[in-house]
Write a protein of this length. Structure first.
Lengths: 327, 798
């Protein structure tokens, strides 16, 4: 399979990238590591006529674990090989190490993983496969084959880093022609709540960097990933957790999941009430059951949704039990 | 063009052997790296897609978007008119049907009149580049008239509104139906002390080879057609090209470059090979056609989705008295090897156990799935899984240790099965005792903690089909030519396809052994039909046995010639000559000798190049009943594996910790290569057992990609302890038998049995995904909880 012809732009300044973008509204994609975008282009999944490669922009390559700052183009390999990251943000490294394969991680980036395209059995297929089925909402069609209707796309958010960064309280710096703004990472995904309009990015807006707050540094955290194989596969469920105890009482507990719905989710309303409480096995089990009850996977990935839901309880419970025992 | 000769031994270290440890041989029985290993690991080996020709065009095939439909019209004029397009073909141009078995030709280069599965090819384009091919496809209009879609072989046994093929039986979609009965099965069951019934269900699996199919075809102004293809059987391709394209064999040249894995998936002649050759003829140029992975899944010819029922009876002493098998195979859209597969799914149950009565009913039905065909351990894995599960269930019923029960029921050496398979060498007993000891079976079976288990299973497999697919049945099954020129290099011409399994290495090893020369003095010219004699291909685990014997005989003929020359020089009779260390000397007097090259030059005087030839032809065997030849072989490999697993009781994930793999391949000619086959087989077998599945919704394949078709990741490989326990086979070359397919068979049931030992639940629906285990554990918890089955008294006592 080959890529269709596109025009490649290689700006060396953020402003130039924005300028190229604004001259081709709706007809471009930003290119980071390309490990997800280019395979999708080969499958003719919404290819654009213009690709704006961001690799030539130095400030996107920032890699400053000591400040908790990672440029959008920091690679997953950098994350998983830098000792300071492993020490300060163990859950983030666990997540990075479980993405795809070492070869992919050498190119794949932090920004790319946060903005990775949502996935679905009926979308991630070749042109002739989709033609035979009649296409779908997310590309060239007008209906969803997962939940038959014509309004909402159920494609699944399949990034591994987002849940880990969310539990660390990450913020993202964004740049658009309107200026700079900073959002809690979680709000990046407050789009229109479906698999197509899945972020709050403005047209042409660039994710510049991720910043982790000082208090997240060194806080015990972990990431558990459900998938058929311990390599290659996207998450069928990803559970990130961070836990700080004071004595036996919870000082801070955060939980986020990915791979289940169209966006990563956290569960502040379930975890906040536990602050100051003694984190007993019963409380952990109860929390895990509540998270399981809250999530709504659909049948558009390899493993069946009910199993993924049931595993949510197991993975949450195991993640928290491990963190508690390690503290 | 591909260099078809390689340089065996170039960078390979030739360690001096201790002849005592290898039966007196210098090269046979040694752990030798494959002769092409250095080329492959450095990226220098040439595969079909690496080849270039002047003016090379790109070929592409248009996939059907219907599962079953009449083709009303394929409008191609707009595509033909596109600049850069050299040719557009549709099915009518070369409509002659072909197929791997002479009696079931039902495939065509491109769909004719109707399409029978999603992804079947309806048009072929040759153009200046891939983009132009795609643009041409956009300009092709195919009008289909949809037909009823059949995705269930069960339904295919009943009358259907629209038969997938006119040649299907009666008014059904049945392609082949087999009935066999030996002894008195109903009576044996009436009189049985114990009987068990197991119903297995197996998803279809694909070979998953690394290199997608690729073919390059070139028509030249001298009226010849040359086809380079990633094929396991150049000879069948040669035949099919000749028949479909209407060219005499001698005007077609078939070359097999390096092949990146076959596993049975490159053993049929394929539509894309014919279509590419047709494009070359149409354009008078060279055309290369590389399939993408989705195409590989659609052309498939992989393992049949299967349902089977196995009933096994025993007397009070624990002796098996009868086996009753039913199998239903989803053949997909075409016949391929289906007739053979249908037989194999019954008769390959007839070893390594004594079974005095056997009944089999097998059906293969066409469906609108991609065609099924032959895959490594063809016809042997699914019936084996159900049979071994039945043996375990029977052991449980009888309160017996399953390993001991197997030992009790083994066939002996030099015997015959109820359906008249001739068994000669048989290492099954050694295999079972080896894994029993190495795995510390008696301490572990039923005694590991809940969730952890150990299981045993046996296997056997043909070492070369005795009645191969043969167009000229009086020809030998394999011929090898040797040619020696003044440089003293021995060129080995052979039609056997090295598909990564190491047949080139074997040729070099055998010839160098017989002639007492270094392997790097040999060069293997395989495969170019212009120079290679016929070999029937790399399938049915026939190459070591048949090609090995042919090569040995050719080398022995050459040795006779050189013995005479050396004898003349030395003034001693030729029968006293001994060949070793690149010298020919008088037996017992190494100082009275000449070097190899001197003898070669003497032999060449007044006659030019030395040539010699050897061939292999197996003896007639098998009974006279219908289907008696299916499964006959000049030898059989035997095996027994013990596997150790640990199951995550909350998620259902299986961790296969270790496999003890005892295998009787006779004398292992190259233990390193045999161990590679065992390890690779375990990886492949575990894939089918645990996660691989052609996942259909109706006729639609949901996972035609290597991301969603779940071949095991390297981290999932267990530790493997290979135990090569065989003796010598009386007819195999240097006593050798096959090791390419048999090693796959026991891994599935041994792990299935280990899961049963871990959980007390026998899983009969493959793949055994984590979800299925999770569900089963949940059900058993509701029913009072899963637990270990009881420990048979015999386990600790025997």
């Amino acid at each position: 399979m080959h890529l269709e012809t596109f025009e490649l732009h290689q700006p060396t300044h953020l402003e130039d990238a924005l300028a190229v973008a604004s001259s081709h509204p709706g007809e471009f994609d930003y290119l980071a590591g390309g490990t997800d975008l280019l395979p999708n282009y080969k499958m003719r999944l919404n290819p654009r006529a213009h690709l704006i490669a961001l690799g030539g922009i130095p400030e996107l390559h920032t890699f400053a674990p000591a400040d908790g700052t990672f440029g959008a183009l920091a690679t997953l390999r950098q994350l998983e090989t830098e000792e300071a990251v492993a020490r300060d943000y163990p859950g983030l490294v666990e997540a990075a190490r479980q993405v795809a394969t070492p070869l992919v991680r050498a190119s794949a980036t932090v920004g790319g993983n946060l903005l990775v395209e949502t996935r679905c059995f009926f979308f991630n297929q070749s042109p002739s496969w989709r033609e035979a089925l009649g296409y779908c909402l997310k590309a060239e069609g007008d209906r969803c084959h997962v939940v038959p209707q014509k309004e909402r796309c159920y494609a699944t958010f399949s990034g591994d880093l987002a849940p880990s960064l969310v539990v660390s309280g990450a913020q993202v710096d964004l740049l658009s022609p309107e200026g700079t703004r900073t959002l809690p990472l979680e709000e990046l995904y407050d789009g229109r709540g479906d698999g197509i309009h899945r972020t709050t990015l403005l047209p042409g807006e660039i994710l510049v960097r991720v910043r982790l707050p000082r208090e997240a540094r060194g806080r015990p955290s972990t990431y558990r990933k459900l998938r058929v194989r311990p390599a290659f596969d996207f998450p069928e469920l990803g559970v990130a957790a961070s836990l700080a105890l004071e004595g036996r009482r919870v000082r801070s507990l955060r939980l986020a999941v990915g791979g289940l719905e169209t966006r990563p989710r956290s569960f502040a309303s379930l975890t906040d009430p536990l602050e100051g409480e003694n984190l007993t096995d019963e409380r952990i089990a109860d929390l895990a059951r509540r998270v399981q009850a809250a999530v709504r996977p659909v049948h558009n990935t390899f493993l069946a949704p009910d199993y993924r839901k049931r595993m949510t309880e197991v993975f949450v419970r195991r993640a928290l039990t491990d963190l508690k025992e390690a503290s | 063009m591909a260099k078809s000769a390689s340089e065996p031994g170039g960078p390979t270290a030739e360690v001096r052997s201790n002849p005592a440890s290898t039966g007196g041989y210098r090269l046979i029985g040694r752990r030798l790296p494959l002769v092409d290993a250095a080329l492959k690991v450095t990226g220098r080996a040439e595969y079909t897609d690496d080849l270039k020709r002047p003016g090379l065009l790109v070929g592409r095939l248009l996939k059907s978007t219907q599962a079953h439909a009449r083709i009303v019209e394929v409008e191609v004029s707009a595509a033909r008119a596109l600049p850069g397009v050299a040719a557009v073909l549709t099915g009518e141009r070369f409509p002659t049907p072909f197929g791997v078995l002479p009696m079931t030709h039902d495939e065509t280069a491109l769909a004719v009149e109707k399409v029978r599965h999603y992804g079947e090819w309806v048009a072929a384009v040759a153009a200046q580049d891939e983009e132009t091919c795609e643009e041409a496809f956009r300009r092709i209009r195919v009008r289909y008239e949809p037909l009823p879609v059949y995705d269930d072989p069960e339904a295919g046994q009943r009358p259907v509104a629209e038969k997938i093929h006119a040649r299907a039986l009666r008014d059904t979609n049945i392609q082949k139906e087999v009935f066999q009965h030996f002894g008195d099965v109903p009576r044996a069951f009436r009189e049985a002390y114990a009987e068990v019934k197991v119903q297995g269900r197996f998803a279809g699996v694909n070979h998953g080879f690394t290199e997608p199919h690729c073919v390059l075809a070139e028509a030249t102004p001298d009226g010849r057609l040359t086809v380079w293809s990633a094929t396991q059987v150049p000879h069948y391709l040669h035949r099919a090209l000749s028949e479909v394209l209407g060219l005499p064999l001698h005007r077609i040249r078939v070359i097999k470059p390096e092949v990146g894995g076959g596993f049975g998936g490159k053993s049929d002649p394929f539509p894309h090979e014919i279509a590419c050759a047709a494009l070359a003829l149409e354009t008078g140029r060279a055309v290369k056609l590389l399939l993408d992975r989705e195409d590989v899944f659609y052309v498939n010819h992989g393992r049949h989705p299967t349902r089977n029922t196995v009933r096994l009876a025993a007397n009070e002493a624990g002796e098996f008295t009868a086996l009753d098998v039913e199998a239903l195979l989803d053949g997909g859209a075409f016949s391929s090897f289906g007739v053979v597969t249908t037989y194999y799914n019954g008769v390959l149950a007839l070893g390594p156990y004594r079974l005095p009565a056997f009944r089999y009913h097998g059906v293969r039905a066409y469906t609108n799935h991609p065609p099924s065909g032959a895959m490594r351990a063809h016809g042997g894995t699914n019936i084996r899984y159900s049979l071994e599960m039945a043996v375990d269930a029977l052991a449980e019923r009888l309160g017996r240790d399953p390993l001991a029960l197997r030992l009790q029921n083994l066939l002996s050496a030099n015997t015959q099965t109820v359906n008249e398979f001739r068994i000669t060498s048989n290492g099954a007993r050694d295999c079972l005792t080896a894994v029993r000891e190495r795995s510390r079976w008696r301490e572990r079976f039923r005694q590991l903690p809940f969730g952890e288990g150990i299981g045993v299973a046996c296997g056997f497999y043909i070492s070369g089909s005795n009645s191969p697919i043969h167009f000229t049945p009086r020809f030998p099954q394999c011929t090898v030519h040797l040619k020696v020129d003044m440089d003293g290099g021995v060129t080995i011409h052979c039609g056997a396809a090295d598909i990564g399994q190491g047949s080139k290495t074997l040729l070099a090893q055998v010839v160098a052994e017989v002639l007492g020369i270094r392997m790097d003095r040999t060069r293997v010219a395989a495969v170019d039909s212009d120079t290679a004699p016929v070999d029937l291909g790399s399938y049915s685990s026939r190459v070591t046995f048949m090609m090995g014997n042919a090569a040995k005989r050719a080398a022995e003929e050459l040795r006779e010639i050189l013995s005479r020359s050396a004898g003349e020089i030395l003034g001693h009779p030729p029968e006293e000559m001994s060949f070793e260390d690149e010298r020919i000397h008088r037996e017992g007097s190494p100082e009275v000798g000449v070097d190899f090259l001197t003898a070669v030059h003497r032999a060449m005087e007044h006659r030019g190049a030395l040539v010699a030839s050897g061939s292999y032809e197996s003896q007639p065997m098998g009974g006279t009943f219908k289907g008696a030849k299916a499964g006959t072989a000049p030898a059989y490999s035997f095996s027994a594996y013990v596997s150790h697993v640990k199951v995550d009781l909350e998620t259902g994930f299986v961790d296969v910790k270790k496999v003890w793999a005892a295998f009787d391949c006779g004398r292992a000619l190259n233990p390193l290569a045999v161990e590679g086959q065992i390890e690779g087989s375990i990886h492949m077998g575990l894939g089918q057992l645990l996660s691989e599945s052609m996942d259909y919704r109706g006729a639609r394949l949901m996972n035609p990609s290597l991301l969603e078709y779940k071949i095991l990741a390297p981290q999932q490989m267990p530790e493997v302890e290979c135990l090569l326990v065989g003796g010598e086979d009386p007819e195999g070359p240097f006593g050798a038998k096959e090791a390419g397919e048999g090693p796959l068979i026991p891994v599935l049931p041994s792990v299935g049995a280990a899961i049963h030992d871990a959980l007390g639940i026998r899983f009969l629906d493959l793949p055994i995904t984590p979800e299925k285990i999770f569900r089963a554990l949940e059900r058993s918890r509701r029913d009072g909880g899963a637990k270990k089955p009881p420990l048979p008294r015999e386990t600790t006592e025997s």
